[in-house]
Write a protein that binds this ligand. Structure first.
Ligand SMILES: [Zn+2]
Length: 235
């Protein structure tokens, strides 16, 4: 059985693959993917910032509650009439007040730390938000460009596909099946020549002698055990 027809089919199919590769590796496709990733990254960063902001807000709330508590205790101490207190009591109060003031200091420091984090975050968030908007805009633009390019190439692809359909009629069904299976595994070209004395014309791997012997018989095609392509022997 001749493999000329399937080789002819493969030749036309390679034009289609080349066209697909041109589209995939085009600047437009690369930019589209780049800005898609950039947009995703910005959104991830914004989500993380929101989580940090939430914990800072939680911290401020906790400090507010702590302040309420301390100020209530200060009120209690300071509302006692001086006339009712002896010296010992006054000394005790003054020590208590000192401790409460220290607590107020701590609260103030912690509050200002959380507030600073919040305001830093706010600046970062605004920048990131702007960045996300720009990336998303570029992503939309390059998606449109990509689709235009795809449409442009599809005219050419349509002609090749028609050619393939015509060629398909003359190809052995079993061969075509094998071709399509290997093609689906992204091993292209599917049919590769046997390179004398003993290599696969696709992956270059040395092949075993029993396979080389089989290549000399019958249909003269064998699957490469390494890459899965179909090796043919034209001799
Ligand atoms: Zn191979």
């Amino acid at each position: 059985m001749s493999i000329d027809k399937i080789l002819q089919y493969q030749e036309a199919d390679m034009k289609l693959i080349k066209l697909e590769n041109e589209l995939k590796s085009s600047d437009t496709a690369k930019k589209m993917i780049y800005f898609q990733n950039a947009t995703k990254q910005s959104f991830d960063a914004l989500t993380r910032m929101n989580e940090n902001a939430e914990s800072d807000i939680e911290c401020v709330k906790k400090m507010m509650a702590a302040f309420e508590e301390v100020s209530k205790q200060i009120d209690e101490i300071t509302s006692d009439d001086i006339a009712d207190c002896d010296e010992k009591q006054l000394e005790y109060y003054s020590k208590q007040l000192e401790k409460l003031e220290q607590k107020l200091d701590e609260i103030e420091r912690e509050t200002s730390r959380c507030n600073k984090e919040l305001s830093d975050l706010n600046v970062k968030q605004r920048k990131e938000y702007e960045q996300a908007g720009n990336s998303s805009k570029s992503y939309r633009k390059y998606t449109e460009d990509f689709n235009a390019l795809k449409k442009e190439k599809s005219v050419e692809a349509g002609a090749i596909m028609k050619e393939l359909k015509d060629l398909e009629k003359g190809v052995d069904i079993e061969l075509l099946d094998r071709y399509k299976k290997v093609r689906a595994n992204k091993k292209r070209p599917v049919f590769v020549p046997f390179i004398k004395p003993s290599s696969c014309g696709g992956c270059g791997m040395e092949i075993a002698s029993d396979i080389i012997n089989k290549l000399g018989e019958g249909r003269k095609i064998q699957e490469c055990p390494n890459c899965g392509r179909i090796i043919y022997n034209k001799d």
